[in-house]
Ligand binder design. Structure first.
Ligand SMILES: C[S@@+](CC[C@H](N)C(=O)[O-])C[C@H]1O[C@@H](n2cnc3c(N)ncnc32)[C@H](O)[C@@H]1O
Length: 323
C-alpha cells in the first residue's frame, strides 16, 4: 500500500490532504471546519433554530440586551470590525445595526472559509443594512488575519462569536489566542463567545437532538467527501454519537462505523478500512468555567475588560484588550 508521502502531491487540494491525514491516523479524525459546504451551512442554520440549541438564543439575548454596554466597553467611535468565522452573521447584525444607529464610523470585514456563506451574508447586508461598509474576506481566518496585519492604522475590534473557540482544545485555544494577539496591536479588542459549563443534560441535548438534525449535519461531512473527492461512504453505515465530559468540559461528536467496511476515495486513489464500531472523531465543543477563560485571556496577553452574560449565565461574550 502507498504511504502518505507517496500519495501526497502538489495537485491534492488542502481538503483532500486533510482527509488523507485524518483517515490515515489512529484514531481517525476529521476537522469540523469542513462541515460547512452549501448543505452544511443550511443544516447549521437549522441547528441554530432548534429549541435544544440554546447557544444561539443566549448570544442573541446578550447582543439585544447589552449592545449599548458592548459599544461603551469598546470605547471608540472609529474602528475596523473583523469577524472570524462569521457564518450567516444573524446575531452580529444586531450589533452592526446598533453601531450604525449610534453613528459609529466602522467597516465590517467578515472572514469565513465558506465563500458560499460569505456571499449570502454580503447579499443580505446589502438589503438589510445598506449604509454599512462591508468587505467580505474569504479564506482561513488565520491566513486572512495575518494578511491584514498593520494594514489600516485604525484600531481593530475582532469578533469571534458563537462559541467557535470551543472547537479547540484548551491547549489549541491558548495557541490560537496567542497567535491572534500577535496579529493585533496593544489596545485592540477581541470579543469572544464562550459556552459555559452548566447542567450536563442541557449541554448533551444541544448536540443530540431527537429530530436528528445534528446527526444529519455531521454525516453531511461524509457526503461532502463523496461528492468532492469521489468517495464511496454509505451514510447509513455510520452512526452519529455524542458525549459530554463535565470535568474537561469537552462535548465530542463521533461518526461510528456500524460494520467492518472499506471506503474508497478516488481523489486519493486509495481505500480506508473501518473496523466494526471504529469511530471517527469529528468535532469538539469545549465548555468553559469563568476562571478557566480568564486565565486563558491572561496567558494569551489580553486583559479582561468586561463579561456580558445571558440571564441564565449559560453563555458569555467576553471582551478583552491586547496589553
Ligand atoms: C459554527 S459556525 C458559527 C458562525 C457564527 N460565528 C455564529 O456564531 O453563528 C462556524 C463558522 O466558522 C467558519 N469557519 C470554521 N473554521 C474556519 C476557519 N479555520 N477559517 C475561517 N472560517 C472558519 C465556518 O465556515 C462557519 O461559517
Amino acid at each position: 500500500m502507498a504511504s502518505i508521502q507517496q500519495i501526497q502531491s502538489p495537485t491534492l487540494t488542502a481538503f483532500a490532504e486533510d482527509i488523507l491525514q485524518g483517515l490515515s491516523g489512529t484514531p481517525k479524525k476529521l476537522s469540523s471546519k469542513y462541515f460547512y459546504d452549501e448543505q452544511g451551512d443550511k443544516l447549521f442554520q437549522q441547528i441554530m433554530r432548534m429549541p435544544e440549541y440554546y447557544l444561539t438564543d443566549c448570544e442573541l439575548e446578550i447582543f439585544e440586551s447589552r449592545k449599548e454596554g458592548i459599544l461603551q466597553a469598546i470605547g471608540q467611535d472609529h474602528f475596523q470590525l473583523l469577524e472570524l468565522g462569521a457564518g450567516d452573521g444573524m446575531k452580529t447584525k444586531v450589533l452592526l445595526r446598533h453601531f450604525l444607529e449610534r453613528g459609529v464610523d466602522f467597516q465590517y470585514q467578515p472572514i469565513d472559509i465558506s465563500s458560499n456563506v460569505l456571499m449570502e451574508l454580503e447579499e443580505s447586508l446589502r438589503t438589510e443594512l445598506p449604509a454599512l461598509k462591508v468587505k467580505a474576506l474569504p479564506g482561513d481566518y488565520f491566513k486572512v488575519l495575518h494578511e491584514l496585519r498593520g494594514h489600516s492604522g485604525q484600531p481593530k475590534v475582532v469578533l469571534f462569536l458563537g462559541a467557535n473557540i470551543g472547537n479547540y482544545t484548551l491547549e489549541q485555544a491558548q495557541r490560537f489566542l496567542r497567535a491572534v494577539a500577535a496579529e493585533l496591536n496593544p489596545g485592540d479588542l477581541l470579543l469572544t463567545g464562550f459556552d459555559l459549563k452548566k447542567d450536563p443534560g442541557v449541554i448533551l441535548n444541544a448536540y443530540n437532538d431527537p429530530a436528528g438534525i445534528t446527526a444529519a449535519f455531521n454525516l453531511n461531512l461524509l457526503r461532502r467527501i463523496n461528492r468532492e473527492l469521489g468517495a464511496t461512504f454509505k451514510l447509513q453505515d455510520f452512526k452519529h454519537w455524542e458525549t459530554y465530559n463535565p470535568i474537561t468540559g469537552e462535548t465530542k461528536s463521533y461518526l461510528v462505523s456500524r460494520k467492518d467496511q472499506h471506503v474508497f476515495i478516488k481523489a486519493l486513489s486509495r481505500s480506508f478500512h473501518f473496523e466494526a464500531w471504529e469511530a471517527i472523531d469529528v468535532e469538539l465543543s469545549k465548555k468553559y468555567s469563568l476562571s478557566e477563560l480568564e486565565s486563558l485571556a491572561e496567558q494569551a496577553g489580553f486583559a479582561v475588560q468586561e463579561h456580558f452574560f445571558d440571564q441564565n449565565k449559560y453563555f458569555v461574550d467576553s471582551l478583552w484588550r491586547v496589553e
